[in-house]
Every structure is written in structure tokens, then in C-alpha cells.
Design a binder for this molecule. Sequence first.
Ligand code: UDP
Ligand code: MG
Length: 317
Amino acid sequence: MCNTKLAIIIPCFNEAEMLPTSLEKLWKIFNKMITNNEISPESFVFLVDDGSTDNTWGIIKKAYKESEFKVKGIRFSRNFGNQSAIIAGLEHAYNLGVDAAITIDADLQQDENKISEFVEAYKQGYDIVCGIRRNRTDGFFKKFCANSFYKVINFLGVNIKPNHSEFRLVSRRTLEILSNYKETNLFIRGLFYDLGLKTKDIYFDVKERKFGESKFSFLSLLALAARGIVSFSVRPLRIVFFLGFSISFISILLAIACIVRLILHLNYLPGLELFETWETFATGMEILCIGIIGEYIGQILTEVKARPRYITDEELT
Ligand code: UDP
Ligand code: MG
């Protein structure tokens, strides 16, 4: 009998429309993997209700009762965000003694049929198996923002594959290492290539969401992107330094030009408009730099407070 105890972790926020269909699909794959001796019968699906306001928790409770403990779950006291839901699932899976854990979205936009391949890679000795999107089903704007984000974060020196997703397998060893990461503002996607563990990428085709809609607003994605950058790179702070230095240098040149104009009584070098434009530009840059530094200060503040990443209301384990 196979002794790989696997947890499939699903973060859920207002997924009452989607969850029954997704669970049914997962169930078939899960049972087939047990029958084929790919995973141990002690494996389970772990659902994290991230403070849903619809019937998501009702569906999880029903699945728990009907599944003879193959479905487990917790419910947050409020919405703490997808990253906290994933980390809660990973922490619980670790405490429940799994050998490996896979995270996948509740809408199964990632290809659940790849789960078997992920487990196979784990058995070949990979500690981390990352699901990379071969395509994106998002609209033009979201696609553009996502592509720009990966370009910027790579430019800032963060080792993260473009079109990375939260569809990933991690070994028990990885979970143990992760349990030592105490930061509140975890950007999970950035962590895994940083650990230096044996990692494999598996590409999958993204499907359309069948029911419900994306749970991320533009602002929440922006906040996530800022968290990702601030968590893994201090280069923006160096860019602020070089910006300050360059602007000061150009200002000195302009001042020299001004003195030359006064001395030689030239009235064509440089014009007043140039100074005005320059002043507006420099002020904009100043505010931008304060904003960048502010992001870091905000993150330091939340880290110093060290508040819990989530609060659990109910637990079915
Ligand atoms: N999610 C969550 N908390 C949130 C937002 C989303 O747990 O605050 C879950 C959501 O239920 C889904 C996963 O995170 O299982 C990915 O969300 P979604 O499919 O809406 O993201 P998208 O596919 O648009 O990137
Ligand atoms: Mg989705």
C-alpha cells in the first residue's frame, strides 16, 4: 500500500456556487489515486473558508460529514485573504502529518488532472512542484498588469517564474522549513524558488471559471503585488537613492546654466518653461519616492506588530 499521505488544500472565499462541482471532480481524481496506490488512504482534502458570507461553510460541513473525514476544514472569523488561507492550510496539513501537500484554487481553473503528475514528481525526489500557466484566461487589462508585474519583479532581482500560480505541491521538508517563516505579510509565490530545494515546473492550461467570478479586485491585486516586491527586494529603495542623486545632479547643471545666462545676459538659455516642467517632475518624483519608502515602512509596522495571520472560528479535523 502506498504510504504517501497527501493533503489537497483549497482556499475558499464565497465559493458556494463553484465548490460542489469542484469537490465532485476532485473526489473522482482523489479516489482514483487511492485505488491506484498513488497516495495513502489517509490522504485528505483540506478546505479553508476565508470568511465567506455565502453558504461555503455549509457546503464544507456537509462534505465533512459525508466523506468519513476525507474532507477537513477550518473557517476564518473574517476574510484574511487568499495568502493567509493558503498558509493556514499548509500549517494544518503539516500538523496533521502529511508527506506532501498540494494547493489548488476552488474554481479548479488550474488543471486538476495534473495532480497525479505532481505526486509522481514528488516521488522522484522533488521537494517543490510548481504549476505554471501556459496561457491566461484573464481580460486584456489583467493580463497586461500580470505580465508587467512579473517583468518588474524579475528586474528587481526576485527569482519567480512568470505566470506562476498557487497550484503547487510541497513536500513535508518544505512545510517544515516554511513553519519557521514567521512573517505576517507572506507572499507565498515568491518563497519557493528562494529556498534552494529541488524544484520542478509543470505547465498547465488554464480553464475558464465555470461559476461565480474572480474574488480579487484590482486594488487587492495591487496590494498583493506591492507586498511581493517589498517582501523580496530592497532594490526600489536603491532606485530611490539613484533618482535623488540624478535629480540633484541635473538641478546643479540647471543652476549653472542659470548663472551663465545671468552673467552673459542671454535670455534664450534655458527657458522658464523648462524650469517649471522640471519642478513639477521633481515634485512628482519626490512624492513617488516617499510612497515607495512608505510601502516599506508600512510593511515593517505590520511585521513589528506580529499579529496572527488569521483567526479560526471553527475547525473540522
Ligand atoms: N480566495 C480566498 N480569499 C480571498 C480571495 C480569493 O481564499 O480573499 C480564493 C478563492 O476562493 C479561490 C482562490 O483564492 O479559491 C483564487 O481566487 P480566484 O479564482 O478568484 O482568483 P483568479 O483566478 O481570478 O486569480
Ligand atoms: Mg480563479
